[in-house]
Design a protein around this ligand. Sequence first.
Ligand SMILES: *Cc1c(COP(=O)(O)O)cnc(C)c1O
Length: 213
Amino acid sequence: MYSEINQYCQSRGVDLLVVSKMRSIEEVYSIYHQGQRQFAENRVQDLLSKKDQLPDDIQWHLIGTLQRNKVKWVAPFISLIHSIDDFKLWEEIHRQALMNKRIIPGLLQIKVAAEESKFGFSFDRLLQILEQDPWNLLSGVQIRGVMGLSSLTDDQNQIRNEFKTLKMYFERLKTQYFNYPEFSTLSMGMSGDYQIAIEEGSTLVRIGSKIFS
Ligand SMILES: *Cc1c(COP(=O)(O)O)cnc(C)c1O
């Protein structure tokens, strides 16, 4: 399925991030050899182990919950952290970026799904932080946009509405707080809902199972 999905994304100007979690090195190689260079893992340990065994020109993204004490392991090389969902984590990424003399790109993960279990800032909480906390001083992190997950449901309308909400948050944050060209990534859409996500303005889809099936 890789080449179909890749073509679909390319023709719509959307970045394809291949989620390699739980896949073998051989499986990842088979996609790499078709030209893919952006891969994502959701756990730091797995990311480090894959990075070790695969070519150096892969750009690695982190898409899962990141614990503060693990930031140091990915700080030297990570291309994009999709899961900034806490101010203290944001601060720690900044600190580790300075230690590595680099600027780490990140996305603010915002909760739009109905389920309790989905991680991310509530939008209200995020606005509160943006008003009250000294995030502007965290020069080691460049916020490039937002990431979100839709609910696990068959209700296509609900999924579409959640993506519309995320897109609205993205636009509002860009206008009010992050008014620079690099704030341009709307990371939404997975195997089950990437077409809807793209229709609703996604600029980057994170696809795993459908690519490897
Ligand atoms: C696993 C995962 C994906 C990919 O999910 P698929 O349904 O396999 O495409 C995307 N985003 C996040 C945050 C994930 O954990």
